[in-house]
Design a protein around this ligand. Structure first.
Ligand SMILES: Cc1ncc(COP(=O)(O)O)c(C=O)c1O
Length: 405
């Protein structure tokens, strides 16, 4: 046994820096507690959260409904294998299907896994039914995850660097531009198109309605599956239950994850029967996916966001933040290049300022945000955020920008 420095108690940051692999560009902040939309650091300082993890804590922290669902299930059953039936899994699958285009669900543990599942489903569907090739069209500037399939589907070189060769068979095309796709879909090589209707990590880039509609027409006509990655923007984030509902089209496959279990790890692949039917026992599986504890939390989360008025409230607050952010842009026309917002996901794009520097200044002022691209600051508050808390961050950003100029 190694006993270097035993007894020399290290603080949270020292422990992490010494023993955790260095894969995260962490802020200099250790969080210990959360309540509602507020997080607390080790010194008791409070922060209003405009990040929600990374768009995960949609009902905030210490949510009584989520907590009691977990506590109740904890006393019953945490885990059994997927060789057996459990109630929370069936119940959530029914809710997801009744409220979406889908007929069937596969549960896994994260966003990247849900994308892996979608890729595998698209490939086996092609092999068995559409008789298309294995290739998939994906978007430049997209983000789908860190495992090799999802990483290969991700259209950003910075995530690929050092890990090539990637999985073969992905063609990257311009997001929100149908030109290249018009030609590619004619080839028998392609079985699917994967797209985030709103690119989250790419900088909150919102696809046009006409583009998404045309994409649906083209994929339908050419017997190619349309996969929507709604890991970040599904489940109420845009003010609609699912992001695709903003575009008046339905995908063939949809991936979900982040907020679905109120902060516990989960992923889901949803599909129509005709597509899901390509999977048969043994094709795909997960040890932990759909486990009863996580699914109990997920049922509670889903019931909360389905309550009367919840999503309307998100829409209203989305309109409000949009108005306020555009006022901010008018106040700082030389610093802010663009505001992009839909529901409660927003981006402030700067001309020259580094988003991470602004995020650090906001932490000093008691607000958490995320820097998604070099010059794009993203706001994804818990969906329970109040208008006066939106006012507070707008004032804080204004103050930070004033101090810069
Ligand atoms: C659209 C999208 N897909 C997939 C992922 C990967 O999810 P996870 O980090 O849970 O694997 C993310 C994560 O940010 C995402 O935004």
């Amino acid at each position: 046994m190694r006993d270097d420095n035993v007894g020399d108690k290290m603080n949270i940051k020292e422990l992490t820096n010494k023993y955790i692999m260095n894969t995260y560009g962490r802020f200099d902040l250790a969080l210990v507690k959360g309540d509602g939309v507020t997080l607390f650091d080790e010194n008791g300082k409070s922060y209003i959260d405009f990040a929600s993890g990374i768009a995960v804590n949609n009902l905030g922290y210490n949510n009584k409904v989520i907590n009691s669902a977990i506590m109740e299930q904890l006393g019953k059953l945490i885990h059994v294998s997927n060789y057996f039936y459990t109630e929370p899994q069936g119940l959530l699958a029914e809710k997801l299907c009744r409220n979406s285009f889908a007929d069937k669900v596969f549960f896994c543990n994260s966003g990247t896994e849900s994308v892996e599942g979608a890729i595998k489903l698209a490939r086996i569907f092609a092999k068995k039914f559409s008789k298309k090739g294995h290739k998939i069209i994906t978007m430049q500037n997209s983000f789908h995850g860190r495992t090799f399939g999802a990483l290969s589907a991700t259209g950003q070189q910075k995530y690929h660097n050092g890990f090539e060769p990637l999985l073969e068979g992905f063609t990257y095309v311009k997001f929100n531009d149908i030109t290249d796709i018009e030609n590619l879909v004619k080839s028998q090589e392609y079985c699917a198109v994967i797209v985030e209707p709103i690119q989250g990590e790419g900088g909150v880039n919102i696809a046009g309605k006409d583009y998404i509609k045309r994409l649906r027409e083209l994929t339908f006509k050419n017997d190619i599956l349309l996969i929507f990655d709604e890991v970040q923007v599904g489940l109420g984030r845009t003010g609609k239950l699912f992001a695709y509902m903003n575009f008046d089209v339905e995908p063939d496959i949809m991936t979900l994850a982040k907020p679905l279990a109120g902060g516990l790890p989960i992923g889901a692949v949803l599909a129509k029967d005709e597509v899901a039917g390509a999977f048969e026992p043994g094709n795909h599986a997960s040890t932990f996916g759909g486990g009863p504890l996580v699914l109990a939390a997920a049922n509670a989360f889903f019931d909360e966001i389905m309550k009367d008025g919840f999503l309307d409230d998100v829409l209203q607050k989305g309109d409000y933040i949009s108005l306020k952010l555009n006022d901010l842009k008018a106040e700082f026309p030389k610093l802010i290049k663009d505001i992009r917002t839909i529901g409660l996901i927003s981006a402030i794009e700067f001309y020259d300022l580094k988003a991470r520097d602004i995020a650090i200044k906001l932490i000093e002022n008691g607000f958490l945000t995320t820097a998604v691209q070099d010059k794009v600051l993203r706001l994804t508050p818990p969906l329970i955020i109040a208008k006066n808390e939106i006012d507070l961050i707008i004032n804080a950003v204004s103050l930070v920008l004033k101090n810069i100029t």
